[in-house]
Design a protein around this ligand. Sequence first.
Ligand SMILES: [Zn+2]
Length: 508
Amino acid sequence: MKSLFLALGCLGLACAPVQRPVRAEARTGAFLRIIGTNDFHGALEPRADSAGVRLGGGAYVAAAIRAAAAECAPRCEVLLLDGGDMFQGTPASNTAYGKPVVELYNELGYAAAALGNHEFDWGIDTLRARMRDARFGILGANVRYADGRDVEWIPNDTIVVRGRARVGIIGLSTQQTPTTTRPQNVAHLRFVDPAPVVDAHARSLRARGATHVVVVGHVGGRCSETCEGEIFDLAQRITEPVDAIVGGHSHSLLNTTSRGIPIVQARSSGRAIDVLDVPFDRSTPAKGEIRPVLTAQITPDPAAAAIVARWTARVAGEFSQVVGNLSERLSRNGVQSPLGNLIADAQRAAAGTDVAVMNNGGIRADLEAGEVTYGELFEVQPFDNTLVRLTMRGSDLRRYLQQIVARGRPNAHVSGASIVYSRDGAAAGKVDTVLVAGRPIDDAASYTVSVNDFIAAGGDGLGPPAAAIVQALPIIDRNALRDYISRLPQPVEGPRTTRIRMAGEATP
Ligand SMILES: [Zn+2]
């Protein structure tokens, strides 16, 4: 019986009492349809893109998944996977530590998910509690203890039966995890090279009877003329046959192959889903599609809508408070944006420092023009990071600000300072000019810098100089932004000056 329940996507107790007749087509499906999501980030409700088109939302994603599953029956068997970073990012999800997303995913019958870096944001105990709630494995085969031992509470792989296929699924975490969650939460863990891990588990899965091997990895990449990133490095170095890789983490749209392995990723926050058809007999190449989840064209799924409504109602009062008015939409796109400047200004004001540094990776959503609610600010800064005041000498400050452009392009915003750097040639990443309050830095003087506690702990490679004095402040970053916006003349404009710019680039 077990394989029948697995074939129907019923991995949990809720399905067990229901005995359904074996459908003839369950044994005759010609291909495996992998439906994938990734980086859902608690996005229970739809969100607008820069053109005002509404995308995603749990009830719409659910309807899109169920439609994709229904449309190929009975020729297909469906495997529903998530590429990780499921929970972190919205008031409804965060105040319940990801429970709403697990409930939604249980309802939809996910087979497995990858263990994303942000799954660690609320600590190991919370993650383990969500793993217990989930009727699907949250897999991280390349996570180890510092001494190399496998982590006993993180599952590595699983086998699910789909028609005549026994699909082995291997889950992976990004090697960037230590600098992209609270570093202290994973200090005892190591995120090892996934390629040999995939090879070892693929062999083991086949020895256990798997007919197909699929990787679901919180590993990403980008494609322009060429494709680059962790997921492509992985595909290049796997030696065992793998039928598909469902990715995540980079929030990009991927629908390609690398060394013949199909690779998909569906942006983020439920804006799209992967639909990848893999013929069971591998007689023809797999066919992938990234489908946008356009709310205007989809009837929301009633069961998922009920879950979303229940969880969002819990936070409606607290987070609907209006904190100010914006004259324009503030996007987080680009390495320097008015939204990033505004956040850095808010943190400098709240901490009362000479300079503020705000990591780009911590700016999680755009703000729409017009009234801004506290809930919208929550989605911009969902992490409950607190502010930290650093005191350092001018010579250290210059080196510290240099770190922001060390990778050839800025990975942070600043307030109170301006930086001119070189990007090309031998001088790449070198800083030409640094000004604080419009003046060159005095090496011997003392300066104060506000950062968040994520940066202060070494996140995004922006840890403070060893000699800096570190003082934790009891200020949540998002509240600094709320207070700052509410104090500014209304409607608020985003500060447009490009404070970190390449040599030769015009100053707007
Ligand atoms: Zn991630």
